[in-house]
Design a protein around this ligand. Structure first.
Ligand code: GLU
Length: 292
């Protein structure tokens, strides 16, 4: 029997859903239906300090109101830290991750000093400075001291080592339209990200690691998500290759923008689906508002 396509909508319960989420969820549902596939819901709640049960309840309410249906049980990432730890262990066995001690503030200060001196420090596709390496930021004795005292650290991927392992010709199959052009085979550019953080001393995973592990564990064949995650797919392809996980087909969709052309975001106070509903909007209105 042919395997049915498996789609997923993977919100983080750290705020109310807005029109951007509605578009992503509805598009996933429409594409799953057209492909006679399955639709899963996954809660990306690894940041336990920001995720809340009431936001989770609101996600179920909003999605049901939109007319969506998803399979049970819902995978809540915070219940599966063991799966992420196992993946990290595999990378550690291959000596592809390392403990990195500079804090975010120390990294920022280092880069600011260089830029104040007229250097242009390279940035990753999200605009964050590329990690300069522990030794560039901290004296050797300080690194040794933090190691000895088991100070907080990040676990970073040794990207150069990873690429030496998996080769540089990674690609993915894109059915959406990326910022650089058309659908088709997209060459991955993981080197643009440098040594990404995969976990921290007190948080046993990161977005990059958990999304890759869970998409594989849940048998996801089609990842449909916002174009803001297009560039991150390069990191995901490297992790899939290192962990010997299958690559889904990717479809990065347009973003729903606010009146000023900015990305809708929870923090910028974008109108929530709940408030649109309270103001009398119907699910059909929401579809129209997002252009479906
Ligand atoms: N949890 C992510 C978000 O809410 C989506 C991740 C993904 O679809 O890969 O933006």
């Amino acid at each position: 029997m042919p395997v049915r396509p498996v789609f997923r909508f993977a919100p983080s319960p750290n705020g109310p859903l807005h029109l951007g989420h509605a578009y992503s969820a509805l598009l996933n549902a429409d594409m799953a239906r057209a492909a006679e596939g399955r639709l899963l819901l996954r809660l990306e709640d690894i940041d336990v300090t920001r995720c809340r049960p009431d936001f989770e309840t609101a996600i179920y309410e909003d999605l049901a109101w939109l007319g969506l249906d998803w399979e049970q049980p819902v995978r809540r990432q915070s219940e599966f830290f063991g799966d992420f730890t196992r993946a990290l262990q595999l990378l550690d066995d291959d000596a592809l991750i390392y403990r990195s001690y500079p804090t975010r503030g120390e990294i920022r200060a280092f880069v600011e000093t260089r830029e104040a001196a007229g250097e242009t420090w390279p940035r990753d596709p999200d605009g964050a400075p590329l990690f300069p390496g522990d030794a560039a930021i901290l004296p050797e004795a300080e690194i040794a001291r933090r190691l000895r005292e088991d100070a907080p650290y990040a676990l970073r991927l040794d990207m150069a080592g990873a690429l030496a392992r998996v080769g540089r010709d990674l690609a993915w199959n894109e059915t959406g339209v990326g910022p650089d052009g058309d659908a088709g085979t997209v060459a991955a550019r993981p080197e643009l990200w440098g040594d990404v953080v995969l976990a921290r001393k007190d948080v046993a995973t990161s977005y990059h690691l958990s999304v890759v592990v869970d998409d594989a564990l849940q048998g996801i064949t089609h990842v449909v998500r916002g174009r803001d995650l297009f560039a991150a797919t390069s990191v995901h392809r490297v992790l899939q290759a290192l962990l010997d996980l299958p690559a889904p087909v990717y479809h990065h969709h347009r973003l729903i923008l606010d009146a000023d052309g900015g990305k809708l975001s929870k923090s910028a106070g974008a109108a929530s689906l709940a408030s649109l509903r309270a103001d009398g909007a119907t699910p059909g209105d929401i579809r129209r508002m997002v252009g479906l």
